[in-house]
Design a protein around this ligand. Structure first.
Ligand code: IPM
Ligand code: MG
Length: 364
């Protein structure tokens, strides 16, 4: 299979982890005889420095011509000025919107040998296997008006949370479809006791639910969900929610897995070309400027994002499963990066971890 993949390393630890994702991808190509054609471009702060914008139109266009995008991370203190007119985040927001990637899948699965890695009790996180589906091109991130202005009485600002029923229905369907393939339970998260947009969300979700009588649907308020996620996380199967709620809940959920450095994500739209579903794949962690360039970053989230790409964009199930087995094997053998290592245990650098995984892909 020949596939065109756009690689966008970005800023901070983005380039370091992306290099390991690509290393693992090439190992898959060698083992399964695939020809992955890779292109690379500059986005985020690096692009602001070079071109004055976080995402150039030609970069977006090149991504559109590809079958999938592998994205590292963007941002850093250098570009953090709140008064700045261009921000690194424009790159990822522009890609999501520009490529119409409305469903963001964030799986949170706790590996048995990492139940002690995080701050929560092992018995709370054991067996956790959740997929959060975050709506990604609507809601308060993109609603208009969105602006700041001055009045005689002082400064004001507005963001707008708006949804159409079509936007809700299509992402909720992704949730039902996925729940059907799993434990058949969908939790729709909203704030319907306060917000009109949430009341529409709930109404549309109930309508779509009629097409899925085999899936158990529950509605949960976002504040309660934040609590239950750390109190009884193993009870969740698939969660579907609004853009900002999903942003917040997935950072919270990442704590369950012991480290953000373990969690991949996939952003999917409706577009299918040449039998392939266009998607953007990125670790859920950010650019971690505090550890950038030190070889401390955990490349596993990126490697697992690459596995999601193989499965969801290219339908390469065996290859994806092989990458996931390789990661499990390396962890079973006791190899750890700093973020998941027990105190005093030996720690691998980003590249050393990537080497172990690439080796394992050749043999598991
Ligand atoms: C995420 C990030 C982004 C978001 C930022 C970098 C714009 O937090 O992917 O979760 O808010 O969506
Ligand atoms: Mg976030």
């Amino acid at each position: 299979m020949r596939t065109n993949i756009m690689v966008l390393p970005g800023d901070g630890i983005g380039p370091e982890v992306t290099a390991e994702g690509v290393k693992a991808l090439l190992a898959v190509g060698r083992r399964f005889k695939h020809d992955f054609a890779l292109q690379e471009d500059i986005v985020g702060g690096a692009s602001i420095d070079k071109f004055g914008v976080a995402l150039r139109p030609e970069t977006l266009e090149r991504c559109r011509q590809c079958d999938a995008v592998l994205f590292g991370a963007i941002g850093g203190p250098k570009w953090d000025n709140p008064a700045a007119l261009v921000r690194p985040e424009d790159a990822i927001l522009g890609l999501r919107k520009g490529l119409r990637l409305y469903a963001n899948l964030r799986p949170v699965k706790v590996a048995p040998f990492l139940v002690d890695a995080g701050p929560l009790k092992a018995e709370t996180v054991r067996g956790v296997d959740i997929v959060v589906i975050r709506e990604l091109t609507g809601g308060i991130y993109f609603g208009k008006p969105k602006r700041r202005w001055r009045t005689a009485a002082g400064r004001r600002a507005v963001d707008t949370l708006r949804y159409t029923e079509q936007e809700v229905a299509r992402v909720v369907r992704v949730g039902f479809d996925l729940a059907r393939l799993r434990r058949k339970k969908l939790t729709s998260v909203d704030k319907a006791n306060v917000m009109e947009s949430s009341r529409l969300w709930r109404e549309v979700t109930n309508e779509v639910a009629k097409e899925y009588p085999d899936v158990a649907l529950e509605h949960m308020l976002v504040d309660a969900c934040a609590m239950h996620l750390i109190r009884r996380p193993a009870d969740f199967d698939v969660i579907v929610t609004e853009n900002l709620f999903g942003d917040i809940l997935t950072d919270e959920a990442s704590v369950l897995a012991g480290s953000m450095g373990m969690l991949p994500s996939a952003s999917l739209g409706a577009g299918v070309r040449r039998g392939r579903r266009m998607g953007l794949y990125e670790p859920i962690h950010g650019s971690a400027p505090d550890i950038a360039g030190q070889g401390k970053a955990n490349p596993i989230a990126m490697v697992l994002s690459m596995a999601m790409m193989l499965r969801l964009s290219f339908g390469l199930e065996n290859e994806a499963a092989c990458v996931e087995r390789a990661v499990t094997r390396v962890l079973e053998q006791g190899y750890r990066t700093a973020d998941i290592a027990n105190e005093g245990a030996p720690v691998l650098t980003t590249t050393a971890m990537g080497d172990r995984i690439a080796e394992a892909i050749g043999s598991v």
